[in-house]
Design a protein around this ligand. Structure first.
Ligand code: BTN
Length: 261
């Protein structure tokens, strides 16, 4: 089937009725959509602003890793939030990002992705999407909040940035290429739906239903700290990992990467 053209006009039309995508910035090639979002936010870009790129030449991942978005294959998107939400609602935006990505993939590809704490999207034991949150605080509240999402749609990155797990792309998993305009529209739609829930109900249970390695023995590795191991129990409303240690105590972990023990 013919795919829609990945262009400003087509994307803009598909996002007509969505909360995000107004204004819409589309780039055929850019260094990083998150970098652009930061500049736009500092210059007063409103909530709802969406930055989409066909190619990123200096895409960034967590822990200063690189993130590859080659031309013509994948999705690189940054959402700008700027709101009167409480601090606790704001702490749910990363969770919202992972969940919205999983829902969009499920709808378009008919597969059920898992969420790996804190925020990776996995299918069949391989990472297919990642999330990078960036924010700027004034005295007590975030001034703006950027949710950057990268999805390997039709192209698997060739360079390994983290040898501890495999990476893949959706097309390789389902066996055919995916229309990026459709996937983007679903992603933006689900971010809007989940955003409407904040402050009204918790989305952590929805996240936990898809949690990778829930109930399993895992290890959390953070730069500089000793690894913590235990049973992955779930997540707190602020996104912290809930873990049961070998002495029976429960602990919360706020950052790091997990792997199966
Ligand atoms: C990770 O898993 O390490 C996070 C990857 C986040 C990549 C996205 S692509 C869109 C946005 N722009 C960036 O430079 N990074 C994020």
């Amino acid at each position: 089937m013919e795919h829609k053209l990945f262009s400003h006009a087509t994307i803009s039309e598909s996002l007509n009725r969505e909360k995000f995508g107004h204004p819409l910035y589309f780039y055929r090639s850019i260094e990083s959509t998150n970098d652009k979002a930061k500049i736009l936010s500092s210059n007063g870009a409103p909530e709802g602003t969406l930055i989409v790129a066909d190619e990123q030449t200096a895409g960034r991942g967590r822990f200063n890793r690189r993130w590859f978005t080659p031309q013509g294959g994948n999705l690189a998107v940054s959402f700008i939030f700027r709101s009167n939400l409480t601090t606790s609602d704001i702490s749910q935006i990363p969770i919202l990002g992972g969940l919205a990505t999983a829902y969009a993939i499920e709808y378009v590809c008919n597969i059920s992705p898992k969420l790996k704490w804190p925020n990776d999207i996995w299918v069949d034991q391989a990472k297919i999407a990642g999330i990078l949150i960036e924010t700027s605080y004034n005295i007590e509240m975030p001034e703006w909040f950027i949710l950057g999402i990268g999805i390997n749609v039709n192209c698997t990155p060739t360079e390994v940035t983290n040898p501890s797990y495999g990476v893949s792309c959706l097309a390789d998993i389902i066996g055919y290429k995916i229309d990026r305009v459709d996937l983007l529209q679903q992603l933006v739609h689900n971010v809007g739906l989940l955003y409407n829930k904040l402050g009204k109900c918790s989305i952590t249970e929805e996240w936990e239903e898809r949690m990778l390695w829930k109930g399993q023995h895992i290890e959390v590795v953070d730069s500089g700290n000793n690894p913590i191991e235990g049973i992955a129990l779930g997540i707190a409303t602020n996104g912290a990992l809930l873990i049961q240690l070998s002495n029976g105590d429960r602990d919360r972990v706020y950052s790091g990467e997990i792997r199966l023990k």
